[in-house]
Design a binder for this molecule. Structure first.
Ligand code: GLC
Length: 805
């Protein structure tokens, strides 16, 4: 019997009183007299790990989620034994462990406010079906507490009152209430009284989370096997919690090539070659920027991975090169199912080397996918991953494919009731052999990892680009992702917005949806609104299934084409801004999208908002999610904001109506921001960038902004060949000063900044560059006064004449 509820079963067992305590450097062991041991690790001052066993000893400690690069070490660790408790004190946290029942309470070490408290705490139930334990944890949920995160759940951003489970599943045309879907990211952030904390339940078995759903004052989580093993992060800022979780489970190993942040066009499927060329040449003819074109399963011979259908694609190498000459990078799909075919070399090699997954009784795991009956490599075996990565040599090194798209890696199996492997399938699990119950949620992650290794090997010195459908915590280290087979409906546009934000606050920012919807066909209006939203998603790809008509930017009417072009152009202009934000994500784990609650958790108005979000650090976007809309009501966070289209300055901290006809959407820029922009290009690298525009949004007061640049591809940046410019702006009524601080050894191709002032309340009379008066004539640009200056200034000082009325 699968236990669906934390309460349902009466057979719960609990730790008894603590009879022993031992310390081993950063690990503390508390032993109860019924063989329960709590291993508490002080990872950092604000990060504690709690791990329990019920049998008196721990199994090998192994996790796919935790990166070896995670930062560890604390400034303070004091342990005190009191009459009824043990107290563990770091510089950030005070943790109390009750001697009588092992319950945990965690306090802010500075103001001693309670952050989190066990309700029943750790408990478990014997699972007769599996001969192991269902491990459970319950914590007190306080009035006014909110919950966020958990990966790709397609429902309201705030998880309070809901229950979810994690078991990665192929979910064609999923709905708002479908659960689980493709990803398993058992991490959430709780927020109460202005303090945020995070919980990461690193257990790959099917797990469940209940956020005050079953019992109003209890939040619980449990798994169908494995250990109760969770990490507790303390903020108190939500952004710090997300960064800390991302540090532990891994930031992306490197920046994506800049082209991967451009626009991607995909369909199931573009074939033959003439169709692919027709699509790409139409982009160029209509001057709609695009960087990537996708080949779905029909490029293969009988859906055999690493083969080509030579009647559709007679000379893939030539085609890929011709596409590249026109600026298109080709991305190809690769699935895990390997067709059972003795004449097929990939099958033969895997069979000979014993790389396929087997059932408990020794037979191969056989299942139907696109090619018919298949066997499946065991990606949890490092030798198999190594072999798999080698299979990419021809595709990448010889043919010139630039990115690989991993699909069906839940793994999806057709025509069986559970749509995946049966539980008894065996896995190596990197030398910790186990059944599919434990390996299911990480199978897709390990496939994407092996693919990433292949791309890294054969694309070098260029950066690899991988996309995956299935993911567990930590998958963000290797790959980008999309949200799977959605539907062309307005509700799905709402879902796409939530999923991208939720993924970002679950450490996985490089995500996007199938723009326009995978199943069904959108009307032009929905398509246009979806491209508008996608403009502000880190992964920006149109994709749709073959059977529902066309979904290219020109498949609707001319107005739609023009709107789509306009927004894709905005994306291309914002590339240096997005790239800078991406650098912050790779360097610090800073989420690329910030839901309003993450941006300003102290404003309770933000706790239940779902639609508005911050793109990067300083741009606020809010999609239009309904048909026939001429605008919408939205909430602007506190502070002053410039309307992106009109430069009107509005005061935030309130909800307001914003006009946004079909060719527009609500976009605001934070006052004081300096937004770097590229000229419009049809693809990354089309033009040599000689000048970057800096849109300077005047503010009375101070604000700082950044611009990161490097070669836009390759790994030289890891050796210091990048440049990071910090701009600090300081505005007064008749002057504006911008100080620039630069670090890094990279000398970008651009030589000049075209500085465009927005909202300057005075007419420029004098300009000083590094304390020297310059004879520069300001000129009028679209939105105000502009000047053109050399990029390497330290200080720009503008003085004003009279106030412009
Ligand atoms: C799955 C994928 C979809 C892809 C299709 C064919 O449904 O989610 O994106 O187009 O398979 O490969």
């Amino acid at each position: 019997m699968i236990i669906n509820t934390e309460l349902e079963n009466k057979g719960n067992l609990f730790p008894s009183k603590i009879i022993d305590f031992k310390k081993d450097v950063d690990k503390l062991y508390f032993t109860a007299d019924n063989d329960v041991i709590l291993e508490l690790t002080v990872v950092r001052d604000s990060l504690l790990r709690f791990r329990y066993t019920t049998v008196g000893n721990f199994k090998n400690d192994f996790s796919y989620a935790i990166t070896k690069y995670a930062s560890i070490g604390y400034n303070k660790l004091e342990i005190e034994e009191k009459e009824n408790t043990y107290e563990i004190i770091t510089s950030k946290l005070r943790c109390e462990i009750s001697k009588s029942d092992m319950k945990i309470s965690i306090y802010d070490a500075i103001d001693d406010v309670l952050i989190s408290q066990d309700e029943r705490g750790f408990h478990w139930e014997e699972s007769y079906e599996h001969g192991g334990n269902v491990v459970k944890m319950s914590k007190v949920s306080r009035d006014g507490e909110s919950y966020y995160g958990l990966g790709d759940k397609p429902n309201h951003l705030n998880l309070k009152g809901k229950r979810y489970s994690n078991w990665v599943s192929d979910s064609y045309a999923f709905g708002k209430d479908t659960d689980p879907i493709y990803k398993a990211i058992p991490f959430y952030t709780g927020l109460h009284q202005g303090k945020a904390y995070g919980v990461f339940f690193d257990n790959t078995f099917e797990s469940s989370f209940d956020f005050a759903h079953e019992r109003r004052n209890v939040t619980s989580f449990w798994a169908q096997g494995g250990e109760m093993n969770y990490y507790f992060f303390y903020g108190p800022k939500m952004n710090d919690v997300v960064e800390s979780y991302t540090d532990l489970t891994g930031k992306p190993h490197h920046l994506p090539p800049l082209w991967a942040l451009g626009f991607h066009q995909c369909k199931w499927s573009y074939y033959p070659e003439s169709k692919v060329k027709e699509i790409t040449s139409t982009f160029r003819k209509l001057q709609i920027p695009c960087d990537a074109i996708y080949l779905d399963i029909d490029y293969m011979e009988g859906f055999r991975c690493f083969t080509w259908n030579k009647s559709y694609f007679p000379d893939p190498k030539r085609m890929v090169k011709e596409l590249l000459d026109d600026g298109f990078k080709t991305v190809a799909i690769i699935d895990p199912g390997i067709k059972i075919d003795k004449t097929y070399s990939v099958f033969q090699e895997a069979l000979e080397n014993d790389y396929f997954c087997k059932r408990a009784d020794g037979d191969y795991m056989k299942g139907k996918v696109w090619p018919g009956e298949c066997y499946f490599p065991d990606f949890t075996n490092p030798e198999v991953r190594d072999w798999w990565s080698g299979l990419f040599q021809e595709l990448i090194e010889d043919i010139g494919i630039k990115g690989v798209w991993n699909d069906m890696n839940e793994p999806a199996v057709m025509e069986v009731p559970n749509k995946t492997f049966p539980d008894d399938v065996r896995h190596d699990y990197d030398g910790n052999p186990c059944s599919h119950r434990k390996a299911h949620n990480i199978y897709g992650m390990q496939m994407a990892r092996a693919t990433y290794q292949g791309l890294k090997r054969y694309s070098f010195p260029k950066r690899p680009f991988v996309i995956t459908r299935s993911a567990y915590s930590g998958t963000q280290r290797y790959t980008s992702t999309w949200t799977g087979d959605n539907v062309a409906t307005w509700e799905h546009l709402w879902i796409a917005n939530i999923q991208a934000q939720r993924m970002a606050m679950s450490g996985f920012s490089f995500a996007g949806s199938d723009i326009g919807g995978f199943a069904g066909q959108p009307q032009g209006e929905l398509f246009a609104r979806w491209v508008q939203l996608g403009t502000f998603h880190p992964f920006f790809r149109v994709h749709s299934s073959g059977d529902h008509g066309d979904q290219e930017p020109w498949a609707f009417d001319e107005d739609v084409t023009n709107i789509v072009r306009k927004f894709i152009e905005i994306r291309y202009q914002l590339l240096p801004y997005l790239y800078t934000a991406f650098w912050n994500y790779v360097d610090h784990g800073t989420p690329l999208l910030k839901s309003l609650v993450l941006y300003d958790q102290d404003d309770v108005q933000t706790h239940y908002r779902t639609d508005e979000f911050i793109f990067g650090e300083q741009i606020l976007a809010c999609p239009i999610l309904e048909p026939n809309a001429k605008g919408r009501r939205m909430y602007l966070p506190k502070g002053k904001w410039y309307d992106y289209w009109t430069d009107t300055v509005v005061k935030g901290g309130r909800e307001m109506w914003v006009d946004a006809d079909i060719d527009s959407m609500p976009i605001y820029v934070k006052a004081g921001a300096i937004i770097p922009k590229y000229p419009i290009q049809q693809y990354v690298g089309e033009k040599e960038i000689t000048e970057i525009t800096l849109d300077v949004y005047y503010k009375k007061g101070k604000e700082s902004s950044e611009l990161y640049s490097d070669a836009n591809d390759g790994f030289d940046y890891t050796k210091g060949r990048y440049s990071l410019r910090n701009f600090s702006l300081s505005g007064k009524s008749k002057q504006l000063i911008i100080n620039q601080h630069k670090e890094g050894k990279f000398d970008a191709t651009f030589q000049k900044f075209n500085i465009q002032f927005h909202g300057l309340p005075f007419e420029i009379s004098e300009i000083y560059l590094d304390n020297e008066k310059m004879e520069i004539e300001p000129f009028d640009s679209e939105k105000g006064q502009s000047i053109r200056i050399c990029k390497n200034f330290s200080q720009l000082h503008i003085k004003g004449k009279e106030v412009i009325k």
